[in-house]
Design a protein around this ligand. Structure first.
Ligand SMILES: [Fe+2]
Ligand SMILES: [Fe+2]
Length: 462
């Protein structure tokens, strides 16, 4: 046993005795790929907490040489392009199975917490979702910062990618690991253990991302949706084939379609605000009319998705009130509306359309296929309407707005360029009922960026 392992063993033992009353009192040290200690300990109930700050092996000495070829469509060519943080490496993040194109992006490594600045710590290879050392947000560094509690690692997914953070457990926590919440044994938790105010609880809302559900309704930078209150009046009767589904598969499908339905419901509000903004800008009737028609489309999508959710859940699923406080706070200038259209429509709905097409390709349930066929066609039209708005805005604002549109598109696209998520257990029944796994959704998202959004961005400069 080397000194590091011995130290961690002692710290682990100490974490389980004395005055500690935290999330767990047993535990096994998590080792790094080179056999050294990571500073993290995993308990039997799958809670992971950090008992010591260790030094991570430095990331690979250089990024991937394949990134300097012309097949690379990504955001960097060499390590020299990666200057937003320390130890920048330009690495391949994805490839196109139908061509020689590859995709490279910047990844930033760290050796110690000091490399990460205030409010974040350095997590090493086996404790990092990317397999490389990286900085993660943290309100505690180790258990020592948490009094009688522990410094617990939280993991949730955002746009198909695991996100990690550290914070102290509390006596009020309902859970301290996703495995303690419902549905985690299917490999893709439909409930996540997430901080809600001061304490952690199993929460299906926090599992949501807005990658596959059309146009989000952003207020103050956060996507707002109504809660499911079992309200009547939204879900028309639909009857997918549920007889051969297990109880757990039905529960996962109910949650996924509930999430999609509530997001579609919020899209109605997003288009309603857009309609008002178009009027405020003096936009032509064609754009106003497209926004009005899109609202009707989103109402239909919400009804259909909620009807599917109700069928899988075997109970009525329907939205309560939508909080619109602050939704119309200005300014509503050509540039500010351009920004929201680019994020919500040109990028958001283009990706949503291609992800829905992937879900349709994999689905076999006839009822689900009818719903998805309509959604794919409608979301394409909504994305096209967004691009038409950009063209009109450029015609009104000239080169300054054209330049701004390009910057906004490049930024929005860069935010969606992410490495693929790790493979997950995924029952085929979920594909059959319109819910592909995170890996496929990520591949569709990256294809949308590569095949549509970046070429359209380049065309703006022409
Ligand atoms: Fe939609
Ligand atoms: Fe839409």
């Amino acid at each position: 046993m080397n000194l590091g392992t011995l130290r961690l063993t002692l710290l682990t033992l100490l974490a389980g005795c004395g005055d500690k009353e935290g999330a767990c009192t047993d535990g096994t040290a998590i080792l790094l790929s080179d056999g050294s200690v990571s500073g993290f300990v995993e308990c039997e109930d799958e809670t992971v907490h950090r008992v010591s700050a260790e030094t991570c092996p430095l990331p690979d000495p250089a990024g991937d040489s394949v990134c300097s070829t012309e097949n690379n469509q990504g955001s960097c060519q060499t390590d020299d392009d990666c200057t937003d943080g320390g130890n920048g490496r330009c690495v391949q993040t994805s490839s196109d199975e139908f061509s020689d194109d590859i995709w490279c992006g910047c990844r930033y490594g760290c050796e110690t917490d000091d490399d990460c600045g205030t409010g974040s710590v350095c997590t090493c290879d086996t404790t990092s979702p990317t397999g490389r050392s990286e900085c993660i947000p943290a309100s505690c560094q180790t258990d020592a910062d948490c009094g009688k509690e522990q410094c617990v690692l939280d993991v949730y997914e955002w746009c198909g990618n695991p996100q990690l953070s550290l914070s102290c457990s509390t006596a009020e926590d309902e859970c301290t690991a996703n495995a303690q919440c419902e549905g985690s044994d299917l490999g893709s938790p439909y409930e996540w253990c997430a901080l809600d105010g001061e304490a952690r609880e199993c929460d299906s809302k926090s599992s949501g991302d807005y990658c596959g559900d059309g146009r989000p309704f952003f207020v103050d930078g956060a996507a707002v949706t109504a809660a499911d209150q079992g309200a009547d009046g939204w879900g028309a009767a639909l009857s997918p084939e549920v007889a051969r589904l297990s109880v757990q598969e039905r529960a996962v499908l109910a949650q996924r379609w509930r999430h999609a339905g509530l997001a579609e419901h919020a899209s109605v509000a997003s288009f309603a605000r857009y309609l008002l903004q178009l009027m405020a800008l003096g936009a032509p009737a064609a754009l106003v009319s497209e926004a009005t028609a899109a609202m009707a489309d989103e109402i239909r999508h919400a009804q259909q998705c909620l009807a599917l959710a109700s069928a899988y859940a075997d109970e009525v699923v329907g939205p309560g009130p939508l909080n619109i406080t602050g939704a119309l706070a200005g300014p509503h200038t050509l540039e500010s509306v351009l920004e929201s259209v680019i994020v919500e429509a040109c990028v958001g709905e283009t990706i949503a359309a291609i992800q829905a097409a992937e879900a349709l390709r994999l689905s076999t349930d006839e009822t689900v296929r009818v719903v998805l066929t309509g959604i794919v066609a409608d979301e394409w039209r909504h994305a096209e309407a967004g691009w038409r708005f950009v063209r009109w805005a450029v015609s009104q604002g000239g080169p300054v707005i054209a330049q701004r549109a390009q910057e906004l598109l490049a930024t929005a696209a860069r935010r969606r360029q992410t490495p693929p998520p790790p493979p997950q257990l995924h029952p085929a029944a979920l594909d059959a009922h319109g819910c592909p796994d995170a890996e496929r959704l990520h591949a569709a998202e990256q294809a949308a960026l590569r095949e549509v959004i970046l070429p359209c961005t380049a065309a703006l400069a022409a």
